[in-house]
Design a protein around this ligand. Structure first.
Ligand SMILES: Nc1ncnc2c1ncn2[C@@H]1O[C@H](COP(=O)(O)OP(=O)(O)OP(=O)(O)O)[C@@H](O)[C@H]1O
Ligand SMILES: [Mg+2]
Length: 1013
């Protein structure tokens, strides 16, 4: 038989694994009697004990650490959630050949046990079997119950199923059957997990997403009998498992090659501290006060006054590291025995105690049973011959007793209490010779039996030279507070200065990195593990590089959440009861802070209920109370928690909540709405109510503009004083002289259709020759369209001239490449008919704009002044007869486009969205074009322009074209960054400027710009 935990051989009939100590039986929840794994009911009292459940009956009894109850699990995901999960696909390789000549019943007898052991392995590590096929399973870890170590659990399950399959295969081969071999694929990534209610009332969960498919593909890439894992898995589990690089593989449905690894076994670095030690610890910072308290307790213990010290803090705050630092001082003067609970260990009987004893007796993995026994008896004999009577109990705990040991006949309760007593005596006796430091880590995962022993020990060490140090996360509860020799040390995240010290130790003191350090500190709220992981992720993705010093390779305004951190925070959020979690998610959409009246309006909960739920979140330290504009309110304790909670929501749900919040702000702050315009623009802008979003964005931009004006008045006042010095004046002159050059030239042969990039061109007084010389005009209404729905797809039509246009000759004919790839020609007699059919209105191709031609725009497109106008005259700032919306040349600076891109990195600020004629390469500040208004600019040696007005933007920049997706946030970003007062048009989101031609001339890419006014 193989151990259910570590897969090593367990002697037949033994109840514990001699290697890892895990129980090899199920314990009856009613009478505590032990039953073999696989049984469904207790043989002593008939109570259901779970056995080895089938996927549709995945019961809590064998699923480790199901912290939230099953009812809550169901509610949690009632409309689906985004979760980072690990998927595991396993199948029996060559099942067809295996059962080829077998009767179906015999075949089933061979395949079913193999499937069952796969299922058992998944359930043992808290996974969820999504589906079983005839010869394989699909399982996930991390949902519906979130475990912060879901990727580790999946690999442990995979290793276990492979080990068991090997053993099973050997057994059936001995009976003359074909051997059985399995392949497993494991991957971690984001998925939407949706519940599905079955007819029988049960709920099943199915993950949907790309990561699921990749997991399935990896399985097919796994060498027979092995486990294939992705790079994402390796990054999370390196150290706790061994990986063998299998190289790059082409995977169907994935454009890039995928890195594949074989998981070859368990690694040596099982705990975070071991992994940190493997990678090199960060420089230890701060914690002087806490170390003092620990040292004081250690001195008390050395003086014979036993102490219990508990270190409590959230994950990653530094509990284990603090102990490690203390032990650096004390290891030489005391005997140290340390152990810890593991997250999937709640069902493993006394695992921490067994580990502690194995280390005390010096038992090693390769020792056989006899050697182990010898080590135990020698050590006890040397310590104190009078302790001989405790030996059988300790041997039994270590699963080293004889089969005919009378202890095995003893009733379970008596045996257990005698065992605890024996262990306690051993440790107390050991402390007579020297101070004993006992370290029990991670009590939040402790199993009941170890807890029972710890309670007994804590009661008995008051007069022993024992220092018992434990650590745990805040959710763990114990009963030691009343003891005079109990001390609790609460660790807070690192403060500003200590965090800075830690980051400087990791990143050096390069000035270039000070903004990044601040960003990391703010995001992580000073939690050392989060800071370490963020830095590691930045190195991994190449944002940071080391070349003697650490350098930033690109500028960044936002930090991604590393998956290790995401897993910890998501698990914490999932441990909340369903109603509290739902409130937390809603709060995450409202923002970092929120007043109680706004929360009440959004949630529509009764005040008592809401108060209770918020208290729950406060107790869990997710939020703190804070006065918001004189009213009671709350603030998220950590920005990361807010981000993770927000990320769990489906995008559709986020949009609904944003709109609800917008409506609530309008209602709650009815009389002070001007103070909340920015918040309204933010929420509506992320809802389905884009129109309201744009309306508020315009207002919000106007507010920003006014603030900016105030600031710039201040700046220009200051700079005037500075400019009085001759040095300052020369700097100003230099900047003007060395400015920018022409980066690209664009022409749009047909108004509203795609443009073409040019190397050089002649610019006449009517603009670039050939620019917007054609337009499709709705002849009946005398209107052309800019952003009407019907006209959107014009952007996907690519026109080009059959010969280069000349300013003194008629416009040459056109060819138009349609989205289908077919081509139309302006000389074809049926061109207009074809285009009119495609666009369902009568369109005429014109080369001169008829007098009075109007532009159609959707209601409210330009916000403010145009909210009620749907059309206006064409080419207000260009010569009559042209098809320009306003001016005949449109310029934009690269610094402006780059700035938008930085502010909204997910968006694609492709120049095609802006339809400029000239893109000016500029290293100046963004929106430098605004300052060109009214100035004359010479480009190259001939052309002189006069910049007339900033270019207002409407939803045309958000439209899809070719490979660019539709993206309403593009306009939002513009409005947030650059609102300009355009007189009668109102204050509008702008990007780039219009210009008129003062002197015609040739230009080419690379031409420099000079001001000539
Ligand atoms: N004061 C500190 N100075 C420098 N690094 C620290 C400090 N405290 C913690 N760290 C580092 O942060 C990481 C997380 O610390 P640690 O593992 O001790 O957290 P923990 O509170 O024990 O978390 P968990 O609850 O998950 O066990 C480790 O890599 C550790 O070396
Ligand atoms: Mg720890």
């Amino acid at each position: 038989m193989l151990c259910i935990q570590c897969h090593l051989e367990v002697s037949e009939g033994k109840r514990f694994c001699s290697e890892c100590g895990s129980a090899q039986f199920l314990q009856c929840p009613k009478c505590n009697a032990a039953s073999p794994i696989g049984k469904s009911f207790c043989a002593d009292c008939g109570t259901s004990i779970g056995g080895t459940p089938s996927p549709s009956h995945q019961t809590a009894s064998v699923v480790a650490d199901r912290t939230p109850d099953t009812a809550n699990d169901a509610k949690d995901v009632k409309s689906g959630e985004r979760k980072v999960i690990t998927v595991l696909f396993a199948d029996i390789k060559g099942s067809m050949e295996l059962i080829e000549n077998l009767d179906p019943e015999d075949a089933r007898a061979i395949v079913e046990p193999a499937l069952q052991l796969m299922i058992d392995a998944v359930l043992h590590f808290g996974g969820y079997v999504v589906q079983t096929t005839g010869d394989g399973i699909f399982a996930m870890f991390g949902a519906p119950v979130v475990h912060e170590d879901h990727s580790h659990r999946a690999l442990y399950a995979a290793l276990r199923m492979q080990a068991e399959l090997k053993e099973y295969s050997a057994r059936i081969s001995a009976d003359g059957h074909q051997p059985v071999q399995g392949r497993v694929g494991v991957h971690t990534g984001e998925a939407v997990v949706r519940p599905l209610k079955l007819g029988n009332g049960q709920i099943e969960y199915t993950p949907i997403g790309h990561s699921t498919s990749l997991g399935a593909r990896l399985q097919t890439l796994a060498p027979v009998g092995s486990i294939a894992a992705s790079e994402a898995i390796r990054q999370l589990c390196e150290g706790s498992c061994e990986f063998n690089d299998l190289g790059l593989a082409k995977v169907k449905g994935v454009s890039d090659l995928v890195k594949v690894y074989e998981v070859t076994g368990l690694g040596k670095q099982r705990t975070r501290m071991q992994r940190s030690a493997g990678q090199g610890f960060s420089k230890f910072v701060g914690r002087a006060r806490e170390l003092d308290s620990l040292r004081y307790a250690a001195q008390q213990a050395q003086a014979g006054s036993g102490q219990v010290v508990a270190i409590v803090a959230e994950a990653g705050t530094g509990k284990s590291r603090l102990i490690l630092e203390l032990m650096n001082d004390f290891r030489s003067t005391t005997k140290v025995l340390e152990t810890s609970s593991v997250s999937h260990g709640k069902t493993s009987y006394c695992l921490p105690l067994i580990e502690l004893l194995q280390s005390y007796f010096g038992i090693e993995a390769q020792d056989n049973e006899q050697k182990r026994r010898g080590k135990v008896s020698d050590k006890i004999e040397n310590l104190d011959p009078q302790l001989k009577d405790i030996q059988p109990y300790l041997l039994n705990l270590l699963n080293l007793n004889d089969e005919d040991d009378p202890l095995l006949q003893m009733d379970e309760l008596t045996l257990q209490s005698q065992t605890w007593e024996s262990l306690k005596r051993l440790l107390v006796r050991e402390s007579v010779n020297q101070t004993l430091t006992l370290i029990f880590e991670d009590l939040h995962w402790i199993d009941d039996q170890t807890q029972e022993f710890l309670n007994l020990l804590a009661d008995s060490i008051g007069t022993a030279k024992i220092l018992l140090i434990v650590n745990y996360r805040p959710e763990y509860i114990h009963r030691w507070n009343s003891k005079s020799y109990f001390t609790q040390i609460r660790l807070d995240p690192l403060g500003d200065a200590t965090a800075e010290e830690m980051l400087t130790a990791m990143l050096g003191d390069n000035e270039q990195l000070s903004d990044l350090k601040r960003l990391i500190f703010e995001k992580s709220s000073g939690t050392p593990f989060f800071m370490e992981e963020m830095v590691k992720a930045l190195f991994d993705d190449g944002t940071l590089a080391r070349d003697g010093n650490v350098m930033l390779t690109k500028k960044l305004d936002e930090l991604d959440i590393p998956s290790s951190v995401q897993a910890i925070l998501a698990a914490r959020i999932d441990r909340l009861p369903a109603h509290a979690k739902e409130i937390l998610q809603t709060l995450s959409v409202i923002g970092k802070e929120f007043s109680i009246s706004l929360i009440s309006a959004v949630t529509a909960s009764s005040p008592e209920k809401l108060d209770k739920q918020l208290k729950e979140l406060q107790l869990g330290e997710f939020i703190y109370e804070k006065l918001i504009s004189g009213e009671k309110g709350y603030i998220f304790k950590s920005a990361l928690t807010q981000d993770v909670a927000y990320n769990t929501l489906l995008i559709e749900r986020r949009k609904i909540l944003h709109e609800k919040i917008g409506v609530s702000i309008e209602a709650v702050y009815h009389f002070s709405i001007d103070d909340h315009i920015a918040a309204l623009a933010y929420h509506y802008g992320r809802s389905n109510n884009i129109d309201a979003g744009i309306q508020y964005l315009t207002h919000s931009g106007r507010q920003k503009l006014m603030e900016a004006r105030k600031k710039s008045e201040l700046i220009s006042h200051n700079s005037l004083t500075k400019a009085e010095s001759p040095e300052a004046a020369s700097v100003v002159d230099d900047q003007v002289a060395t400015l920018d050059f022409l980066d690209s030239i664009w022409r749009y042969p047909v108004k509203s259709m795609a443009g073409e990039a040019l190397q050089s061109v002649f610019v006449s007084d009517k603009g670039i020759v050939g620019d917007r010389v054609y337009a499709f005009v709705n002849e009946e209404s005398n209107r052309t369209a800019v952003v009407r729905k019907w006209a959107e797809s014009l952007l996907n039509y690519h026109p080009y001239f059959t010969s280069e246009p000349d300013p003194n000759s008629p416009v040459p004919p056109l060819r138009i490449v349609m989205p289908s790839g077919d081509t139309l020609s302006s000389v074809d007699s049926d061109l207009e008919e074809k285009i009119s059919t495609l666009f369902e209105r009568k369109l005429k191709l014109m080369t001169t704009a008829p007098p009075g031609l109007l532009i159609e725009v959707p209601v409210g497109t330009l916000g403010g002044a145009l909210s009620e106008v749907t059309e206006f005259p064409l080419a207000g700032g260009a010569p009559a007869g042209a098809f320009f919306d306003y001016g005949c040349l449109h310029l934009i600076a690269s610094s402006t486009l780059n700035h938008f891109q930085k502010k909204y990195p997910q968006g694609r600020f492709d120049v095609r969205r802006f339809r400029p004629n000239l893109v000016i390469h500029s290293d100046a500040e963004p929106f430098v074009e605004n300052a060109w208004v009214g100035r004359n600019i010479m480009i190259g040696q001939e052309l002189i322009l006069r910049v007339s007005i900033p270019c207002p933007r409407c939803i045309s920049v958000t439209l899809a074209q070719d490979d660019l997706p539709r993206d309403p946030s593009i306009l939002r970003a513009i409005a947030e960054q650059n609102m300009c007062d355009l007189g009668d048009f109102g204050t509008l989101p702008c990007a780039g400027v219009y210009a008129e031609v003062i002197k015609a001339g040739h230009i080419q890419r690379g031409d420099t710009l000079r001001f000539v006014d």
